[in-house]
Design a binder for this molecule. Structure first.
Ligand SMILES: N[C@@H](CCC(=O)N[C@@H](CS)C(=O)NCC(=O)O)C(=O)O
Length: 202
């Protein structure tokens, strides 16, 4: 008899590279817990000496252990229907939109985490480009607050996470209601979905 798996997400107590996976697990109603380990003491226990790490336990003898935040996200997103499982072309398009955020995140880490000001202009340019292109994509999909169809998918979740980070860093001037109305609509829909799941849990 197969039982539904349980997950452990091991990460630091910050949104960072774990946030999209947390949201996917919550929206999916998966059984999961988070562990914030002592660091660097825990470092050698991870596959590549970095976090996040996902552990899936399905009742078998061996746990499934996965590293690399975007791989973890994709694994969970595919498993729980936030990436198309029956249309490889649609899945690729969904992953393409998500991948757009990776460069911006890397630059934001340099500017805000490593205090490397030389990347600030590139980050700003990257954000402006994403906002321009993604507003177009969202408009093409009917300005309904989703990138694909009429439901929440993987890139919606990551867009929400990225906008949140920009707000935390007070770098969201190019993603406000006025210059990014459709991204803001998307943000509110993801926020609402997260709140609904949280309310049900209580
Ligand atoms: N490409 C990796 C990067 C992982 C990474 O840089 N993790 C950082 C935290 S955000 C980390 O483990 N830092 C602690 C260390 O390197 O000792 C991923 O996306 O998972």
């Amino acid at each position: 008899m197969s039982t539904s798996p349980s997950y452990e997400l091991i990460y630091f107590n910050v949104p960072g590279l774990g946030e999209a996976s947390r949201i996917i697990l919550n929206l999916a109603g998966a059984k999961w817990k988070e562990t914030n380990p002592e660091w660097p003491a825990f470092k050698p226990s991870t596959p590549f000496e970095r976090l996040p790490v996902l552990i899936e336990r399905s009742g078998g003898t061996e746990d499934f252990v996965l590293s690399e935040s975007e791989v973890i996200e994709r694994y969970l997103a595919r498993k729980y229907g936030f990436i198309s499982s029956d249309d490889p072309k649609l899945a690729a398009k969904q992953e393409q939109v998500r991948a757009q955020f990776s460069d911006a995140r890397a630059l934001a880490t340099e500017v805000f985490h490593h205090k490397n000001e030389t990347h600030r202009q590139r980050l700003e340019d990257q954000i402006k480009l994403i906002v321009r292109k993604h507003e177009e994509l969202l408009e093409k999909n009917g300005s309904n607050g989703h990138y694909f169809g009429d439901k929440l998918t993987y890139p919606d979740i990551v867009a929400y996470v990225i906008i949140n980070s920009l707000r935390i860093y007070k770098f969201d001037v190019h993603v406000n209601e006025e210059n990014a109305p459709r991204l803001n609509k998307l943000y509110k829909l993801v926020e609402k979905a997260i709140a609904e799941v949280a309310a049900k849990k209580q």
